[in-house]
Ligand binder design. Structure first.
Ligand code: ZN
Length: 272
């Protein structure tokens, strides 16, 4: 009888014990969470952090902060599936040939590199083992992010991954729109349209706003003459189709989430 009581007691306690362990986070955003909850979650339940990076620069008829809007939205969408926290967006970045446009903001590499490094070191100090940069801005910024992420992984024995969402999704762009895209082209504009249609200004659009990027580095213009730069001549001009935009967003974020889950499993399998 005593034993039976003991077993009943264990059975009664068990659900609460597992509840405490698998408690759903009240938020996955690092700037919304309380430190006591953070301590419970990281690293025991969550050892991964998504760090959205972007910049401020013109984007055709979308918002200047499109490179911040996209990685933040991606992070929010995939955080649960990748079991990750989300660090605040690094919204100032290394804008290149579009820096002369109104509202653009350019950080030098000399400032950006140590800035990113200290932020990643701060994430390591906070016990994250897997640091994933969801990057929204290309150009020289990509090389800096890749190099800093590799340094952090090697110096602190953590795992880092840098993903440029738009190039990672190039095959999805072809699949959904049947053609290539561009900077602020149909693909990127549609991605923003899916996140928040009010950020996209169809009434301001004309195909004249776009210029194809030079092939084979045959020329370089600073400032770049258009805020929409097409990867391929004749492709990527914007059509404003909400349904295709939503489909694109879903397929891109699915692909990103699956990839991150897969890479984490490979790291685990290798014991890294
Ligand atoms: Zn962009």
């Amino acid at each position: 009888m005593k034993n039976l009581l003991f077993i009943f007691a264990i059975i009664a306690i068990l659900p609460f014990a597992s509840d405490a362990k698998d408690k759903k986070p009240t938020t996955r955003e690092m700037d919304r969470i309380n430190w006591m909850e953070f301590k419970e979650l990281v690293p025991d339940q969550i050892d991964t952090v998504l760090l959205p990076t972007g910049t401020l620069e013109p984007h055709g008829v979308a918002n200047n902060g499109a490179d911040n809007t996209a990685p933040w939205a991606i992070s929010k969408t995939i955080a649960e599936r990748t079991n990750a926290m989300i660090a605040p967006t690094l919204a100032y970045g290394m804008t290149g040939s579009l820096a002369a446009y109104p509202g653009a903001f350019k950080m030098s590499e000399e400032v950006y590199r140590p800035f990113v490094k200290e932020i990643m070191e701060g994430l390591v100090k906070n016990k994250f083992k897997t640091l994933i940069i969801i990057n929204g801005h290309g150009g020289g910024q990509t090389a800096v992010l890749k190099s800093v992420a590799a340094e952090i992984a090697n110096e602190y024995q953590v795992r880092t991954l840098v993903i440029n969402w738009w190039s990672f999704a190039a095959d999805v762009t072809e699949e959904v729109f049947g053609e290539n895209g561009g900077h602020a082209g149909w693909n990127e504009n549609a991605f923003i349209q899916a996140i928040d249609p009010s950020l996209v200004h169809e009434d301001k659009y004309s195909d004249k706003l776009a210029t194809p990027y030079p092939q084979n580095g045959s020329w370089a213009a600073t400032p770049f003459p258009s805020s929409i730069g097409l990867y391929k001549e004749g492709e990527g001009y914007i059509k404003f189709d909400q349904k295709l935009a939503d489909e694109y967003y879903e397929k891109v974020t699915d692909k990103l989430a699956d990839f991150i889950v897969k890479i984490k499993a490979k790291w685990d399998l290798a014991g890294l």
